[in-house]
Design a protein around this ligand. Structure first.
Ligand SMILES: Cc1cc2nc3c(=O)[nH]c(=O)nc-3n(C[C@H](O)[C@H](O)[C@H](O)COP(=O)(O)O)c2cc1C
Length: 407
């Protein structure tokens, strides 16, 4: 679990979106975090602290005088302080050094701990220059901010100020707790399956879900890299969530959507020039149709006295993109390939690593129901021939491990 044994202090302040912090709390717990909660006096008017107590949590009232050293104890307990939702009032207090509540006092006692602010307020309040200046100031002092979503506020005003998606908040918490091993590195990931069209409707493809590539892109971003994802047929809309955690794509990832081999090749060779590390996780078709019909291919009438009509299709072999990339590879660039094998898994993996001049190859034994699954297992082989076996685990956690391996 991504937040295993991490200590998180969830501070809830008095916004109309307080109720969303219950979902947030549950997601943090599901990710393995230990969570303590402080509910401000205003927040307690919007949601009852009893909700969290019902889940068995210790909830602190925002009264620093109730228990003499709770702010010091809490500041020592935390790996990260998450203020969600964070009000206009509390954010500006942080920036002014005011410490008159348990939340502001605990934050004051934890200058070296990471603090993540999730502003949620009316769009005019969020646009207020006092707040904007104070958020800028706080970024110099171990605070980071998750930009609110844009949409209609509870009062009917439209603009930026809504509580963001829970996926985005959990991602940023995980990211804030990760070592930035890939800082200043540019990472390119390909994910998904190519579709080779026979006519405007019919195509040849495979069952790759893109989850491994997406997990690698997210993991590289958390490790501090600038990430570009070439997404094949994944319907990613400007890098947002495409349903379900396994397909969550953080909005800071640059997404290039492509369909077929030709589109992938063009984007890959162009982007590779600007890349330090390439993860080639897409399932690329080895063949394309020699001819593509511009109109739908019609069926012929079956005549009972004659044999069933057949359609003859010719396929041409596609260029090997990993070989193409290795040819233009410059000193210091890393190419990480993936291979799906059903037999002689290690032998075939070693052969591909050498033939395609790769730095790493991860070999999946796809006979083990991996394609399209949320989990993966396989062998990592590096250039020196060292082999590491990775047992079955979620694609997200495997991606984190592979990023650690190469960094
Ligand atoms: C109905 C209502 C809704 C509010 N919603 C918000 C909000 O979404 N964001 C915000 O910053 N303040 C909001 N406020 C104002 C804060 O609750 C108020 O500034 C309060 O003093 C915040 O205290 P705290 O920061 O200690 O929780 C709202 C107030 C009311 C009465």
């Amino acid at each position: 679990m991504s937040l295993n044994n991490k200590n998180i202090l969830l501070c809830i302040t008095g916004s109309i979106s307080c109720y969303k912090s219950v979902d947030l709390y549950r997601r943090l717990k599901k990710a393995g975090a230990k969570v303590k909660i402080v509910v401000s006096s205003s927040a307690a008017k919007f949601i009852s602290p009893y909700i969290f107590e019902s889940f068995g949590e210790e909830v602190f009232e925002d009264d620093a005088f109730k228990s003499p050293l709770s702010h010091i104890d809490l500041s020592k307990f935390v790996d990260i302080i998450l203020i969600a939702p964070a009000t206009y009032n509390t954010i500006n207090k942080f920036a002014s050094g005011i410490a008159d509540t348990l939340i502001t006092l605990t934050v004051a006692a934890a200058p070296d701990k990471p603090k993540l602010i999730v502003p949620a307020m009316n769009p005019n309040m969020y646009a207020n220059k006092i707040l904007k200046e104070n958020l800028k100031k706080l970024s110099l002092f171990n605070f980071s901010v998750i930009s609110p979503a844009t949409g209609a506020a509870a009062c009917g005003d439209f603009g930026e100020g809504r509580f963001p998606e829970i996926d985005d908040i959990v991602f940023e918490v995980e990211s804030a707790l990760k070592e930035k091993r890939l800082k200043d590195k540019k990472v390119l990931v390909t994910a998904g399956a190519t579709k080779e069209y026979l006519d405007p409707i019919r195509f040849m493809s495979n069952g790759s879900s893109g989850k491994m590539g997406i997990s690698l892109a997210n993991a590289a971003l958390k490790a501090g890299a600038e990430v570009t994802l070439i997404a094949l047929n994944l319907n990613i809309d400007n890098g947002s969530s495409i349903g379900g955690c396994a397909k969550y794509v953080n909005g800071r990832i640059k997404v290039i959507n492509r369909t077929d081999f030709a589109g992938l090749k063009e984007a890959l060779l162009d982007e590779f020039k600007k890349t330090d590390i390439l993860f080639m996780a897409a399932a690329v078709s080895d063949y394309s149709f020699k001819e593509k019909s511009p109109i739908k291919i019609k069926t012929k009438d079956v005549c009972e006295t004659e044999p069933t009509p057949t359609l003859k299709i010719e396929l041409i072999q596609n260029e090997d993109l990993l070989k193409a990339v290795s040819k233009i590879k410059k000193e210091g660039q890393i190419v990480f390939g993936f291979a799906a094998e059903t037999d002689s898994v290690l032998e075939n993996g070693r052969k591909k690593l050498a033939e395609k001049s790769l730095d790493y190859i991860f070999i999946n034994d796809v006979s083990k129901d991996i394609i399209g699954s949320d989990e993966n297992e396989g062998f990592l082989i590096n250039k020196s021939g060292e082999i590491k076996n990775f047992k079955r685990e979620s694609k997200e956690s495997l991606a984190e491990k592979l990023i650690e391996e190469i960094s």
